[in-house]
Design a protein. Structure first.
Length: 310
């Protein structure tokens, strides 16, 4: 059975190192990957091999990239974390590099290319954005990601589920796939209504699903869900770089970039209720409102939807 390297690295693997000291990630891994601290004391990952430098790979405000010539005649590329607030994401990135290169042949000449390709996907997450989403947007995105992770991916797989996600376009259904669709809402526990922000969200001749999460905001110390850990848990589910890239691109479009401030917004998911949206479901439809009404939002009383539960 093939050894799995994902999630092998821990914070202690980096913090136990001294400046400019390195240890091999795993002697059985097909390419030489090292972790430790660079000469400036930054946590870092290094790959050593015989390669031509890719001039398109560049540092960001979070990750510094440097190439070196070493006495053996090989070169090395070092990824250094220059903003320690991103430590969790950096560890996940390093584990992903291990995972994405474990299929290579021993001492493969494609090691450098594979390492760079992994970084090209992750660099979208390492932009160091200072602004965060508003709380209603945070809750909405958590609901969509939870539904993606726990309900759609097990049925449709990661590739098709991500392709189906259009929640970043607020005038469309959150997910549309095959001959159905899903609209996801996240509200505070005990709230009696759910807001439908556009006519298009529930308007369709095809039967779909309205999924309503009820959540409670908790103290940051609570072992609940925040955007950062939810995003990381989904990314680690994927083996395909393309799937990771597509997910990160959609997260960026939604306005999400990892930020430690999100760890102040921790939620306990109390309940998920799914409703069958068909011809008998109470909703506004474009063909039943005056032509002069260009857009509208409305609220549904959850207590009146019991007959439509799935």
């Amino acid at each position: 059975m093939k050894t799995k390297y994902y999630s092998m690295l821990q914070e202690t693997d980096f913090k136990s190192a001294t400046n400019n000291s390195w240890k091999l990630v795993n002697a059985n891994h097909p390419i030489p990957l090292y972790v430790g601290k660079d000469e400036n004391g930054f946590y870092a990952m290094e790959y050593v091999g015989d390669f031509s430098i890719n001039k398109k790979i560049k540092s960001s405000s979070v990750i510094s990239i440097n190439h070196y010539k070493i006495p053996s005649g090989d070169k090395s590329i070092v990824f250094s974390l220059i903003d320690e607030r991103w430590m969790n994401q950096f560890i996940t990135f390093c584990n992903d590099v291990c995972n994405q290169t474990e299929h290579l042949q021993k001492d493969s000449t494609k090691g450098y290319e594979a390492v760079c390709n992994a970084y090209f996907v992750w660099q979208k997450m390492f932009k160091g954005q200072n602004d965060i989403l508003g709380e209603s947007e945070i809750k909405g995105l958590i609901g969509e990601l939870l539904y993606l992770k726990d309900h759609l991916i097990p049925i449709y797989g990661p590739t098709r589920s991500i392709e189906a996600w259009s929640g970043t376009d607020k005038t469309r259904k959150d997910f549309s796939i095959d001959n159905t669709w899903y609209e996801i809402k996240t509200i505070d526990v005990g709230k009696p209504t759910v807001k439908i922000t556009s006519i298009e969200q529930l308007d369709s001749s095809i039967e779909g699903t309205l999924a309503v999460f009820q959540v409670e905001k908790m103290a940051p110390s609570f072992n609940g869900i925040n955007l950062n850990n939810l995003v990381e848990s989904i990314i680690t589910m994927f083996t395909s770089l393309q799937d990771k890239d597509d997910l990160i691109s959609k997260l960026n479009k939604a306005g999400y970039f990892p930020n430690t401030d999100y760890e102040e917004y921790v939620y306990d998911v109390k309940n998920l209720t799914e409703y069958r949206v068909n011809n008998s479901f109470p909703r506004l439809k474009k063909d039943s409102i005056p032509v002069a009404v260009a857009s509208a939002s409305y609220e549904l009383l959850l207590s009146e939807l019991d007959n439509h539960k799935k």
